[in-house]
Design a protein around this ligand. Sequence first.
Ligand code: NAG
Ligand code: NAG
Length: 303
Amino acid sequence: MKLIIAFSFYFLANSIVAQQCSTGQIAYYSSCLLFIKTPLEFNTANSICTGFSGSLVSIHNAIDNRNVTSYVQHYTNGAFWVGAKTISQDVTNPTNWYWTDGTKFNYQNYQSFQPISQGSTSCMQVLPGTGKWSTAACSGTVLPFICELPSLIAQTCPSHCPSGYTWFAETDFCYKNFVQQSNFNDARSVCQADGGELTSIHSQNENDFLVQLSKTGLIVSDDGWVDQVWIGFIFVNQKWQWTDGTNTTYVNWGDGEPNKMQTEWWAVLNADAHQGSNTEASKWNNVGQIDERAFVCKRAALH
Ligand SMILES: *[C@@H]1O[C@H](CO)[C@@H](O)[C@H](O)[C@H]1NC(C)=O
Ligand SMILES: *[C@@H]1O[C@H](CO)[C@@H](O)[C@H](O)[C@H]1NC(C)=O
């Protein structure tokens, strides 16, 4: 009897929980779909999804296509990324395409006169209204996107990062953009209290990932404090050093930076260059420490 009760509880719990998705998400196979409205390049969008232990969505038949597009219609009429990519110029051959989640590319729903090669790589966008597919340049095109994420029950499995942090596979570190106004010292204290440091940056890819990460969800204000985010780069003992103790292996100063070296011994990343005339997108700038900005913390991944 106990066994029967245990079993029926098991099946009941499974049937209720297996489909569970967070608010704003919908069930899709054993996963959940999450629409992310921030327009990003294809690879960055996919790394945001992998940071949540998922990937860009894959579509395998007309019903999937309808389910995905009708979900997106709640949010936008504009094109969005799905997880199909090819590194072949022969885009008409389905075997040259793959889904970033590793599933087979076994269904297409192209718009007329598609697919068209975008060069050495092509990625797939879908229009919610028609559900029709077309290619877009993987780099240079920024679109909202859909992540296919583990359902809540699967999310109890260990993940790479603490909640709120995004994992970047290439560095195997976790990052979080704190959208709160802080001077350098306060920002650094917040990172340390959270088990990390203000971020260090060691490659162009890590830099570009951080530019995208620190753009997501930002409120644009007139004083431009979200324009630039604090990074852990400081001028001490006559040299620029990372506060996390890692070596300076890469720098990405903007034109004419660092300047005003009598007083400006702290550094920021220009996450959003649409404000302020002297900000160059994705470059670094040296500044004084008291201005209040958002900041990015970096900490070890959970394994
Ligand atoms: C698509 O939507 C239908 C109707 O809501 C649903 O029954 C089906 O399970 C969905 N398909 C997937 C793969 O989630
Ligand atoms: C950092 O630089 C020092 C001095 O050049 C070197 O000895 C050390 O191995 C480097 N550390 C790493 C992690 O690369």
